[in-house]
Design a protein around this ligand. Structure first.
Ligand SMILES: Nc1ncnc2c1ncn2[C@@H]1O[C@H](COP(=O)(O)OP(=O)(O)OP(=O)(O)O)[C@@H](O)[C@H]1O
Length: 340
C-alpha cells in the first residue's frame, strides 16, 4: 500500500449566516494516498468545493475544525505565511474556471514565473521564461515560446485550462486538487486534460483529489470514490464497488439517473429534489430522508453512522438495507436490485 499523503480527520467547515455558524462540511474523514485518485462526487451544494478549499486554506471566513494532516503535519488553520510555503508548491489546485483563476492583465509566462519565484526566489527571469515554456509544452500547448508572451484572452478555453494545469504543476506538487477541471470544455479536450492529470500523477507519484459531478469522469479516473450529500460522506469505496455494488440510496440514485452507460443500471430512476441550502440542511437523523419519502421512518438511524459493509466500503445510515425505488416491484425491493 502506498503512503498516506493527506489524512482529513473529522473536518467541519462552517460559515456564518445571520449570526450563526452552519457546517457546509460536517465531520468528514478521508485519506488520499500517493499515486491515488480520490474522486469526491455529489450534486451542487453537497460540500465538495468547501472541502477542497478547506484543505487549501482558502476559506478566509469559514470556521475550520478537525485535522488536515498533510505529509503528517496538521495544516488546518495554519497562518497564511506558513500555508503559502506549502500552497502552490507541495499542494496545488486546478480551479474550475480558468478565466477567473488567471490574471487577465499579465502575460502567461509571467503568471507561471510568479509561481516559480514563490518557491525559488533565486530563479532568474530568463530561466523562469524558459521553464514556463517547457511546462506549457508539457501540458500539450503548441508553440509554447509564443504563448508565454500572450494574455489569457488570446487563448481558447482548453488552452487556458492547460495553462492552469501548468501553473498547478509548476512546482511538482505531491497533492493536486482538481475541482471540476473539465466542466467547461468540450469532450475531446476533456479527455486530453484528464489524460494529462493522470500522466502527472504517475510521473510525480502525486495524490489527486478529483471533484466532479460527472460519473463518466469518475469511472475513468478514480481509484476511490467518496460520495457527498449535504456536507457528509454518505458512501465511500473503491471505484469498482461504487459502480458495481452501490449501496446508499443517494449513490444508487446518482448512478441510475445516467442513461445508457456501461455502469448504469438497466432502468432509469430519478430522485426528485435538490440539496437543501446550507441554512436549511437537516441536522438531525438521515439527511437524505426527505428525498426518499416513500421509505418508512423506521429504516433510518437516529444518528446515522458510516458502517463498513464490506472491506473498505462504508455506507451511512441503515436505510440502504431496505431501500427501493418507488417503481421497483416487491422482489426487487427485497433484493435491492433493478431489472430491465
Ligand atoms: N463562503 C461561503 N459562505 C457561505 N456559504 C457557503 C460558502 N461556501 C460554500 N457555502 C455553502 O456551502 C454549501 C456547500 O457548497 P460547496 O460549494 O462546497 O458545494 P459543491 O458540492 O462544491 O457544489 P458545486 O458543485 O456547485 O461547486 C452550499 O450550501 C454553499 O452555498
Amino acid at each position: 500500500m502506498s503512503h498516506e499523503l493527506l489524512e482529513i480527520k473529522n473536518l467541519s467547515t462552517s460559515f456564518q449566516i445571520d449570526e450563526q455558524y452552519y457546517a457546509a462540511v460536517d465531520d468528514v474523514t478521508l485519506t488520499v494516498h500517493e499515486n491515488e485518485v480520490l474522486a469526491i462526487v455529489g450534486e451542487s451544494g453537497s460540500g465538495k468545493s468547501a472541502t477542497a478549499f478547506s484543505i487549501m486554506g482558502l476559506h478566509s471566513r469559514g470556521k475550520i475544525e478537525g485535522e488536515i494532516l498533510f505529509q503528517g503535519n496538521d495544516i488546518a488553520n495554519l497562518p497564511p505565511s506558513k500555508l503559502n510555503k506549502i500552497r502552490g508548491k507541495d499542494m496545488s489546485m486546478i480551479f474550475q474556471d480558468p478565466l477567473t483563476a488567471l490574471n487577465p492583465l499579465m502575460e502567461i509566462g509571467d503568471q507561471i514565473g510568479e509561481v516559480l519565484l514563490l518557491h525559488n526566489k533565486n530563479m532568474s527571469k530568463s530561466k523562469r521564461r524558459e521553464y514556463a515554456a517547457e511546462l506549457l509544452g508539457r501540458v500539450g500547448i503548441p508553440r509554447p515560446d509564443r504563448v508565454v508572451e500572450q494574455f489569457p484572452h488570446e487563448l481558447s478555453g482548453g488552452m487556458r485550462q492547460r495553462v492552469i494545469i501548468a501553473i498547478a504543476i509548476a512546482n511538482q506538487p505531491k497533492l493536486l486538487i482538481a475541482d471540476e477541471p473539465t466542466t467547461a470544455l468540450d469532450v475531446t479536450i476533456q479527455a486530453q486534460i484528464l489524460d494529462l492529470i493522470r500522466e502527472l500523477k504517475d510521473d510525480l507519484n502525486s495524490g489527486v483529489i478529483l471533484i466532479t459531478h460527472d460519473l463518466g469522469v469518475v469511472a475513468e479516473m478514480a481509484d476511490r470514490v467518496a460520495v457527498m450529500y449535504a456536507g457528509q460522506i454518505v458512501e465511500e469505496a473503491d471505484v469498482e464497488s461504487i459502480f458495481v455494488n452501490p449501496q446508499h440510496p443517494y449513490t444508487r440514485s446518482l448512478l441510475s439517473s445516467i442513461p445508457a452507460t456501461e455502469y448504469a443500471q438497466d432502468r432509469l430512476h430519478v430522485i426528485q429534489g435538490i440539496v437543501p441550502s446550507l441554512k436549511n440542511l437537516p441536522r438531525e437523523g438521515c439527511r437524505f430522508k426527505e428525498r426518499i419519502p416513500w421509505m418508512d421512518d423506521s429504516v433510518h438511524e437516529d444518528h446515522p453512522e458510516l458502517h463498513e459493509v464490506s472491506d473498505n466500503h462504508f455506507v451511512r445510515c441503515t436505510c440502504y438495507q431496505h431501500f427501493y425505488f418507488p417503481d421497483e416491484n416487491k422482489e426487487e425491493q427485497a433484493n435491492g436490485v433493478t431489472e430491465g
